[in-house]
Design a protein around this ligand. Structure first.
Ligand code: SF4
Length: 195
């Protein structure tokens, strides 16, 4: 079992260093809007579980954020808390749900409108949104163009792999030649940054 020492308190730093674009996007929206819609809560929640955030910490994190959105303690406990605990297999059918792979994220349930933040940015962002975001994250135009070109050609995981290599200034070290899973992205990143 990998232990990255994840807590709600170090997520901001880890998100800028080691989250793939899909997770970083949902994380930023959670911090900024203090809310995420159902599909994003599911995708982001399972990603966080996969990188080792405990169930209690996940409940604490979402409670803190959603309270800033005006969701009362009672509403949170009745609606959202169950869903978080469900993802961890603590309640309901007690299934230990696995975080979805890139293929699954790319091929199912595209975000419906600008208020939904789940999915894969390389597939679901418009070209200009992707460009704007990569610019905000400090990628030089040359790197940005290479990533955008791959995304436009439908090579979403290839674009993600390039993004990894440009932001880490290193090639992937695994046997697989591209990013297959958001949690793989994170683990690879931590291995490089904090071996
Ligand atoms: Fe996330 Fe996978 Fe898309 Fe990368 S390719 S942003 S890891 S869904």
């Amino acid at each position: 079992e990998l232990d990255f020492g994840i807590t709600p308190e170090n997520l901001d730093q880890l998100s800028t260093e080691s989250f793939p674009l899909c997770a970083r996007n949902m994380h930023e929206h959670m911090r900024k809007d203090h809310h995420l819609k159902h599909e994003a809560r599911l995708q982001f929640g399972l990603f966080l579980k996969g990188i080792g955030l405990s169930c209690d910490d996940a409940v604490r994190l979402f409670r803190q954020e959603f309270s800033k959105h005006g969701i009362s303690e009672k509403q949170f406990n009745q609606g959202y808390k169950y869903n978080v605990e469900h993802q961890y297999g603590r309640v309901g059918r007690r299934v230990n749900y696995a975080p979805p792979s890139c293929t699954k994220i790319i091929t199912t349930k595209p975000p419906n409108g600008p208020l939904e933040h789940h999915g894969c940015p390389f597939k679901h962002f418009t070209g200009s949104l992707l460009e704007q975001r990569l610019k905000t994250y400090g990628l030089p135009p040359k790197d940005m163009d290479a990533i955008k070109e791959l995304a436009q050609k439908g090579h979403f995981q290839g674009a993600c792999t390039k993004y990894f290599e440009f932001t880490h200034r290193k090639k992937l070290t695994t046997v697989v030649d591209q990013i297959q899973h958001p949690n793989q992205y994170f683990e690879e990143s931590r291995r490089l940054i904090d071996p």
